[in-house]
Ligand binder design. Sequence first.
Ligand SMILES: CC(C)(COP(=O)(O)OP(=O)(O)OC[C@H]1O[C@@H](n2cnc3c(N)ncnc32)[C@H](O)[C@@H]1OP(=O)(O)O)[C@@H](O)C(=O)NCCC(=O)NCCS
Length: 170
Amino acid sequence: MNIVLKKCVLREWRWEDKDSLIKNADNIKVARMVKDRFPYPYDETAADNWLKIATHDFPQTNFAIVIKDQAVGGISFESQGDIFRRSAEIGYWLGEDYWNKGVMTEAVKAITAFAFQNFDLCRLYAGVFATNPASVRVLEKSGYIFEGRLRKSITKFGQTIDQLLFAKVL
Ligand SMILES: CC(C)(COP(=O)(O)OP(=O)(O)OC[C@H]1O[C@@H](n2cnc3c(N)ncnc32)[C@H](O)[C@@H]1OP(=O)(O)O)[C@@H](O)C(=O)NCCC(=O)NCCS
């Protein structure tokens, strides 16, 4: 599944993305804003572990963000199951070289539309670290609404901080 946008293409992950994945993901400025399951350092083993999963993604909910044929980031959504089955968490990251050019706003808008159109979802949400104003802006620009501050809900790299909950509902 390819979603062709103005600034990037969203497509399935491929094994040939490995080098560009490591190059863009192995960055403390990326790692510090995401869950621990996104490894740091992001080495060859990390890339192998991810691509083993992501290259068998069906139905497709994980997308590589591709610019000039290079996978420079990722975006995904994950249905929460059980009574939360119509809710999905959206997550995303982008290589630092590509920040502040509107790429993620374009990607979040597109994946939000894709998720609502193709899955039985009525809620997409993101929990942003309170220390991440850029991600807050991405969500605001993509039509997500601030729902609340989950105080001291995140512990990352030894610091316990608040999480800002944003959601878009149908
Ligand atoms: C957060 C992230 C996804 C943003 O991607 P991006 O492609 O640079 O986002 P965009 O260019 O679409 O929008 C960024 C917005 O944040 C703003 N911004 C950037 N740094 C900022 C800061 N320190 N304070 C306030 N606003 C900031 C930009 O000005 C822009 O807003 P504008 O269009 O109103 O000027 C990217 O920085 C990233 O991958 N960071 C590391 C991983 C991460 O944070 N993932 C999200 C976890 S919830």
